[in-house]
Design a protein around this ligand. Structure first.
Ligand code: GLN
Length: 486
């Protein structure tokens, strides 16, 4: 038998279900891998080794349960998801040591399906960032090159999946935080349609943008996890009642004859590094060979996407983060001498620099004198961006775009200039403004850097099935990705 961790999630699920390998052996293999790679990567904020092993042994005593689609499968979770049996910190000092009294709905669903949680993954503080360098507990490194970032904000999840510490992870995507780190680490990341997956227990950053989704090594693995976490939840009034589909069946390669895929000219124009362009364009040939028709489309409001996204995300963040007041959750400043100081000192000492910057800017764009000029305008432009996408997706089944202008950048390369960091999100933020689903998957390695290059597909509302079918077809045409040299 191979090293257990080299199997995909769907493969290990089958081996576990058939009793060919025990839950304990699989969990132990992941924990051994975590122990070997963590000193270099720092993908995890909390590892639940004894707990996970104990759960695995208890499951083995009862034997595989055909009703549990993830029986014995070890996963990791981004530390923005509430877990009753593990700390949940959002990589912030303000929540250090916080233990939620309940599980997020998606966590409860994974548990019910028989998943074993190995721990919580590192992230940018409160999911604000594109590199995982904003974690209060130190950055995560990219398994392909330890001098580079894994992307963000779900960088810990991406690194843990790419380094085979687990068989899959759940990340969250407010402006690209599933798709961009997936691209930087050479794995698959799926942002479902807004409302597809319950946000109950997902600690809020930008509530109208946030969506949790799978991060995995294969497209079929992403389909399998989506089927477990999706579905209506009475605890989240924005969750959709749309029936879930057989996504695992959808995630099989096949002919794409009759499928029209739009190439938005704003995404394939200037600003793309030469190696990202050359590598991503390989996907065009793969798509044409399988019968798809590629057509140019335009989404003209794209130049306003970054400004619009950051105004809306910061406005929502400033409101969502008002709850961390030193009274109800987490950190309370020991220096405070009165109630006012409890609020101000706890927040100033508990939040990191980027979070404070965003609370300030978010409060500013919502303030009486500036609301019309910034927030209201951004909400109007957001609608235009959505209309662009809907029009393009009227004439095409999907859109195809690069995931990021460059491969994973170096640690500290973009930290001095926050605006520079925001600009790296140019290809991912629009999708969240529209609420539509998207997937990113690796197409190969860049010729200059040897780093993974990811491509994205954007789909129609609730049509994750077509995204998965096309992604699985590209994945098959691409062939197996090399292993990161870790
Ligand atoms: N990089 C973007 C931001 O900093 C997106 C983050 C995310 O999707 N959580 O807001």
């Amino acid at each position: 038998m191979n090293d257990i961790t080299t199997y995909s999630l769907t493969e290990i699920r089958d081996l576990l279900a058939q009793g060919k390998v025990s839950a304990e052996a699989v969990t132990q293999a992941c924990l051994t891998r975590i122990e070997a790679t963590e000193p270099k990567l720092h993908a995890m904020l909390h590892t639940a080794a004894p707990q996970a092993l104990e759960q695995a042994r208890a499951m083995d005593r009862l034997g595989p349960n055909p009703k549990q689609t993830l029986w014995g499968v070890p996963l990791t979770l981004k530390d923005v998801l509430a877990t009753a049996d593990m700390p949940t910190t959002c990589a912030s000092r303000i929540l250090q040591g916080f233990r939620p009294p309940y599980d997020a709905t998606l966590v409860a669903r994974l548990r019910q399906a028989g998943a074993i949680f190995l721990g919580k993954t590192n992230m940018d503080e409160f999911a604000m960032g594109s590199s995982t360098e904003n974690s209060a507990f130190g950055p995560t490194r990219n398994p392909w090159d330890l001098g580079r970032v894994p992307g963000g904000s779900s960088g810990g999840s991406a690194a843990s999946v790419a380094a085979r510490q687990c068989f899959g992870s759940i990340g969250t995507d407010t402006g690209g935080s599933i798709r961009q780190p997936a691209a930087f680490c050479g794995i698959v990341g799926l942002k479902p349609t807004y409302g597809r997956v319950s946000r109950f227990g997902l600690i809020a950053y930008g509530s109208s943008l946030d969506q949790a989704g799978p991060m995995t090594r294969t497209v079929a693995d992403a389909a399998l996890l989506l089927a477990v976490i999706a579905g209506h939840d009475p605890k989240d009034s924005t969750s959709a009642a749309t029936p879930i589909q057989d996504w695992e069946a959808a995630a099989t390669p096949g002919s794409l004859a009759g499928l029209r895929i739009g190439l938005p000219e704003e995404y394939w124009g200037e600003g793309l590094s030469a190696e990202v362009r050359a590598t991503s364009e390989r996907a065009f040939a793969m798509l044409r060979e399988t019968g798809a028709e590629l057509v140019p489309v335009t989404v003209p409001h794209t130049p306003y996407a970054i400004a619009t996204y950051y105004i809306i995300a910061m406005a929502e963040a400033s409101s969502n983060l008002a709850r961390y007041d030193g009274v109800r959750y987490g950190y309370r400043s020991p220096h405070a001498k009165n109630l006012h100081e409890v609020f101000t000192f706890s927040r100033s000492e508990g939040f990191g620099e980027e979070v404070i910057r965003r609370i300030l800017l978010g409060t500013y764009v919502l303030s009486a004198g500036y609301y019309d000029a910034y927030y209201k305008k951004a909400a109007q432009v957001r609608r235009r961006i959505r209309e662009d996408f809907l029009a393009a997706l009227d004439s095409c089944h999907l859109l195809c775009a690069p995931a990021c202008p460059t491969v994973a950048f170096r640690l500290d390369e973009n930290t001095a200039d926050p605006l520079q960091m925001y600009l790296t999100d140019i290809f991912t933020v629009s999708l969240n403004l529209t609420g539509l689903p998207g997937i990113s998957l690796p197409v190969g390695l860049g010729a200059d850097s040897g780093m993974p290059v990811g491509i994205q597909f954007f789909g129609r509302s609730m049509d994750e099935a077509t995204l998965l079918r096309v992604a699985a077809t590209v994945e098959a045409a691409r062939g197996p990705m090399p292993e990161p040299p870790l």
